[in-house]
Design a protein around this ligand. Sequence first.
Ligand code: PMT
Length: 209
Amino acid sequence: MRVLITAGPTREPLDPVRFISNRSTGKMGFALAQAAEAAGHEVTLIAGPVTLPTPERVTRVDVETALEMLAAVETHLPQADVYISCAAVADWRPEVCSPVKLKKAGMDGVLKLVRNPDILKTIRPLKGNRIFVGFAAETGTPEPEAERKLREKGLDLIVANDVTAPGAGFATDTNCVTLLFPDGRREAISLRSKLEIAQEIMAKIATLR
Ligand code: PMT
């Protein structure tokens, strides 16, 4: 299969020195790319700003903002059989990005934000026979929100991730997640390395074909 994966955060600039972002390091998404490649798939990895090396034989596309990530997904989706949206895409961006450093004296402490597009919802009309997999990063019991996102985003599988659970979520080398399917099935994967979680997710995706 040809697998398209997004990973890492997006960075939404306010001026040349400041940005809004989140705690994603890309580890989960890069583990998925490594696991998919090792399973014999052709992998394209769209990465937000992260410091990780590219897994061997994986094609990497670097982006910074949510709008750049959306454009890259739209470019590469037609060649993909599977899209895995692991990136922590910023939901908001500053309304204006100043071309020069903002001066403290000229700022009034109010930052006007505008919504970024939801990448999964935007590309939903292009789904066709492709498998779409999302993640749901939540604080606390993630399943109810994951269930809603599974339906609203028209996914074949969502990976519910309680980012406050010990050893799970952002920046850790391990994770524990629950897989939710549109037919109501739920499968928990207990704490293990992100690579092992990624291997399990890839094995599950193979059964959806
Ligand atoms: O990168 P690490 O440090 O290893 O951390 C891993 C992780 C915690 C980032 C990862 O496991 C994870 O949970 N990724 C999803 C993060 C997220 O943004 O979740 P969400 O619940 O806000 O979004 C739901 C889904 O919609 C996700 O598939 C997301 O990629 C997608 N989305 C979100 C916003 C947006 N504007 N467009 C999107 O497509």
